[in-house]
Design a protein around this ligand. Structure first.
Ligand SMILES: Nc1ncnc2c1ncn2[C@@H]1O[C@H](COP(=O)(O)OP(=O)(O)OP(=O)(O)O)[C@@H](O)[C@H]1O
Ligand SMILES: [Mg+2]
Length: 223
């Protein structure tokens, strides 16, 4: 157990992102932003910055990542579900899903995997790849919807569709008492997801995820 989860160390610098009062960390969004700016620089380079127009979305995500149940409930976010982060190309979805777990790794963590890589593994190794994701670990499947259809020895498979169905079973009936969470990033909207994965998946997505969307006209930060 880290006795000071509210103090972040980067090299020789320390950043305080909240205070401990009665054994509970009270996070401070202004201080969180300062820390995320620094950590973003370290991870993604000197051009990284927190965009003013992204702050309302960032606030929601931060409340989720620090598992502030009260603020999340006020914003209609269920801390027991995963995140489905959608938005236009290059708006910063993948970067945020890589950055935000640093806020409170003891509360929110997962392995982030591009969906295309999962399909490439399926094409090479077949159905055993699906088993890997049918376990009680948390995952973030990055860029849902851009992956090709799986094909192993001419057997076609909607790989992510199958994986999402089994992740739903794990979410509803975890082997241990702890919830098994899945997170997603995507450029697709709900209708496009349904067309790609079918209505069985779409209805489960609603049950499993909090839908958090960047503004449709968010700038492409790639350049
Ligand atoms: N806040 C930011 N400030 C500066 N650059 C950023 C920021 N967020 C992301 N970037 C940069 O913009 C590019 C796109 O970011 P990212 O890959 O996170 O977007 P994305 O929404 O996942 O895109 P895609 O839809 O193509 O998957 C990357 O090069 C990233 O380093
Ligand atoms: Mg991405």
């Amino acid at each position: 157990m880290n006795p000071t989860p509210h103090i972040k160390t980067e090299g020789t610098s320390k950043f305080q992102i909240g205070e401990i009062i009665n054994n509970t960390v009270h996070y401070d969004f202004e201080k969180i932003k300062t820390y995320l700016n620094i950590k973003g620089h370290i991870l993604f380079g000197k051009n990284f910055k927190i965009y003013k127009e992204d702050e309302p979305l960032l606030f929601k995500l931060c409340c989720y990542f620090i598992q502030d149940h009260y603020s999340c409930a006020q914003m209609g976010i269920d801390t027991n579900k995963g995140l489905l982060l959608s938005g236009p190309v290059g708006c910063g979805k993948t970067s945020l899903m890589k950055l935000l777990p640093y806020l409170a790794p003891h509360k929110t963590n997962y392995e982030i995997i591009p969906t295309r890589n999962i399909v490439f593994s399926f094409n090479a190794s077949g159905f055993e790849v699906l088993e890997k994701y049918n376990e009680t670990k948390n995952y973030c499947f990055d860029d849902l919807g851009v992956e090709p259809t799986g094909s192993h020895y001419a057997k076609e498979c909607n790989v992510l569709g199958e994986i999402l169905l089994s992740r739903y079973e794990l979410f509803c009936h975890p082997e241990r008492s702890r919830r098994v969470l899945t997170h997603l990033t995507t450029n697709l909207n709900a209708e496009e997801l349904e067309n790609r994965y079918g209505n069985r998946v779409r209805s489960r997505l609603r049950a499993m995820f909090n839908l958090i969307s960047f503004n449709q006209n968010s700038a492409d930060k790639r350049n």
